[in-house]
Design a binder for this molecule. Structure first.
Ligand SMILES: Nc1nc2c(c(=O)[nH]1)N[C@H]1C(S)=C(S)[C@@H](COP(=O)(O)O)O[C@H]1N2
Ligand SMILES: [Mo]
Length: 252
C-alpha cells in the first residue's frame, strides 16, 4: 500500500485539472473536500487514482468534430404559461436564483450572467439511452457564481431546479462540490455559437462534462446549496434517481 500525503494529493489533483488551481481555495474550505483529503491520507494508490480521475478534464474536441445537429432529449419545451411568456420576450425576465447555504444568496439575470467571465468548450454528451452528440457550449463557469454568492462551508451538494415537469414532477438534479468547482462545469446559454435553443434547455442549462446526460439539467431557474439531499424531491438527488433509480453519481 502506498501512503500518500495531503500535499502530494493536492499536487496530483492540480496537475490533473490544470485550470482548477484557482478553485483550490474554495475547495480547501469545503468540508467535502477536507473529508476526501483526510481519508486520502491513509488511502492506497487506487483511491488516489480515483480522485485524480474525478478532477481530470473531459475530452475537448475541434469545430470539425461538431455533430451536424445536437439532438434533444427529455423535455423539449417546458410549455408552461410562465415559460412560454418568458421565451416570447427573449427571457429578459429570467432569473437564476442562488438559495440555501450561501452567505450572499442572490439572483442573476441573463445579462448579468453574460457579463461575467465566460468559457467555451466542445465536448461530447453521452445519454444513458445510448446516443452521443458533440456540441460547443458557452457559459459562465459555475465556480464564478458560487464565489460571488459565497458558498458556505456547510454546503455539500448543489441542487439544480428546473422550469419543466415530467409526469407531473419537477425535473431537478444535484452534484457535489468536486463537480461544482470543476473547471468545465458551467451554466451554458449558447450552443454552437447561437443562443441555446428551447429544446436544449433555454435560456440556461448545466454542463457537467464528466457525467451522463441526465445530470445536465436544462431550463435552470435555481441553484440551492444544501448539506443533505434528504429534503429534496424523494431524496435521491434527482428526477431520474427518484422515479427510476438511476445512479446519483453518473460519472463517465
Ligand atoms: N430540465 C430537464 N433537464 C434535462 C432533461 C429533462 O427532461 N428536463 N433531460 C436530461 C437528459 S436524459 C438528457 S440526455 C439531456 C438532453 O439534453 P439535450 O436535450 O440538449 O440533448 O438533458 C437532461 N436534462
Ligand atoms: Mo439522457
Amino acid at each position: 500500500m502506498t501512503i500518500i500525503t495531503r500535499r502530494k494529493l493536492i499536487t496530483s489533483a492540480a496537475i490533473g485539472a490544470g485550470g482548477l488551481l484557482s478553485g483550490c481555495d474554495a475547495l480547501n474550505g469545503s468540508p467535502t473536500f477536507q473529508n476526501i483529503l483526510a481519508s486520502a491520507e491513509t488511502a492506497n494508490f487506487t483511491v488516489q487514482r480515483a480522485l485524480g480521475d474525478r478532477m481530470e478534464l473531459a475530452s475537448e474536441y475541434a469545430v470539425a468534430d461538431l455533430s451536424p445537429t445536437f439532438r434533444a432529449n427529455g423535455t423539449r419545451d417546458p410549455g408552461t404559461a410562465d415559460y412560454t411568456a418568458s421565451a416570447a420576450q427573449g427571457f429578459v425576465d429570467w432569473r437564476l436564483r442562488l438559495t440555501g447555504l450561501f452567505s450572499k444568496p442572490q439572483q442573476f439575470s441573463l445579462d448579468a450572467i453574460r457579463s461575467l467571465p465566460q468559457r467555451t468548450q466542445i465536448t461530447r454528451h453521452d445519454c444513458v439511452e445510448g446516443w452521443s452528440a458533440i456540441g460547443q457550449w458557452t457559459g459562465v463557469p459555475l465556480k464564478i457564481l458560487l464565489d460571488i454568492a459565497q458558498l458556505k462551508s456547510s454546503a455539500k451538494f448543489l441542487v439544480f431546479h428546473c422550469a419543466d415537469r415530467l409526469g407531473g414532477r419537477p425535473y431537478y438534479e444535484s452534484i457535489d462540490l468536486l463537480d461544482g468547482y470543476h473547471p468545465q462545469t458551467m451554466l451554458a446559454h449558447r450552443l454552437n455559437g447561437q443562443p441555446l435553443p428551447i429544446e436544449n434547455g433555454a435560456p440556461l442549462r448545466l454542463r457537467v462534462e464528466r457525467q451522463l446526460g441526465y445530470k445536465h439539467a436544462k431550463y435552470v431557474t435555481g441553484i440551492e446549496a444544501v448539506a443533505s439531499l434528504a429534503g429534496i424531491g424523494e431524496g435521491k438527488g434527482g428526477y431520474w434517481q427518484d422515479v427510476a433509480n438511476y445512479e446519483w453519481y453518473a460519472g463517465i
